[in-house]
Design a binder for this molecule. Sequence first.
Ligand code: ASP
Length: 371
Amino acid sequence: MKRTNDGGARRIVVISTGGTIASRWQGTGYAADASGDDVLATAPLPEDVTVEVVDLFNVNSSRMTAAHQLALLRTVQDTFADPGVDGIVVTHGTDTLEETAFLLDLHHADARPVVLTGAQRPFGTGDGDGPGNLYDALQVAATVRELGVLVVFDGRVHAARGTVKTQTLAADAFSDPSAERLGRVGFSRVDIERQPERPAPLPLPAAARTAIPGATGPDATPLPRVDIVTHHSDGDPFLFNAAVAAGARGIVLEATGAGNATPEIVAAVADAVAEGVLVAVSTRVPAGPLAEIYTGGGAVDLVAAGAVLTGTLRSAQARIALLATLLADGGSGDPARTTALLRRLLEGPVRAEPALATGGSRSATAVAGRA
Ligand code: ASP
């Protein structure tokens, strides 16, 4: 479906993927089943915006797979092959939205925005937040440039990097506990307060050309297994080693504190790294950076064993950085190069790199639809 508001000066493509914004009562609970057209029909359109809808898939995002995310990445890049498109909005479940947003952002080399949004309350309910979030996302997509991939929710604009779901039910579902939000949207204005920090973008991985959501057997594109293992009091290397035995090519160790575990887990990490497994260390603490402070099983020893600290990225996005590294560089056979790439994706900004055409620092107020 195509909808136009007045002149239709800005052309936005909405890619629908499911989530609560598309979820209806199924008799026992809610599940995504409304089409992209139905979801779009719930929202008014900002002035001067034309919208086209792509129904890509329809899942609640706890069922998202790397094949779904890569199919979406391919669709985003194919959509931007049309120079007449001004921006993309992706409607997505909130549960894993931060993972998909970050994967898209790591590969996003276009000045035009991709804006992810969704809802905490389901489709077609009187108190639903989906229509307002979709309207705001369209406004942001029609307004900003050179900010990469964004998350728009409850009047806030967030950078993909670092943003996590911090509320299970409340409307203000997302934030970056280690950084300020990027901006605000509302009252026909989009106010951008800072420039997101982004590494030079990766090229589209070969697997994104062939990945088919839900494909199994010979039709499925082989994708690397990447696991997350959480440490806690009483923790031992059993689950970490189980991940290695299951064929994980990347593992996020979600450590305690600023990145600490035990000497036994450090030994397991060293063995895994020696076998070619990429290991990143994040933390179960919501905010703040990882830091090499402690020995005796701490971050000092984990780094010495070959693991990479994740900066201020939390586990789900660190896992995406591992996946992107393996997809980009998995066949290189050069562990030093692979680790350097992972470090670049985890740590983020490499300001001097020309491939990142950010247009300098931006503290702009843009009037929606006219910037
Ligand atoms: N379970 C839903 C999903 O992630 C939650 C949501 O969209 O808010 O698809």
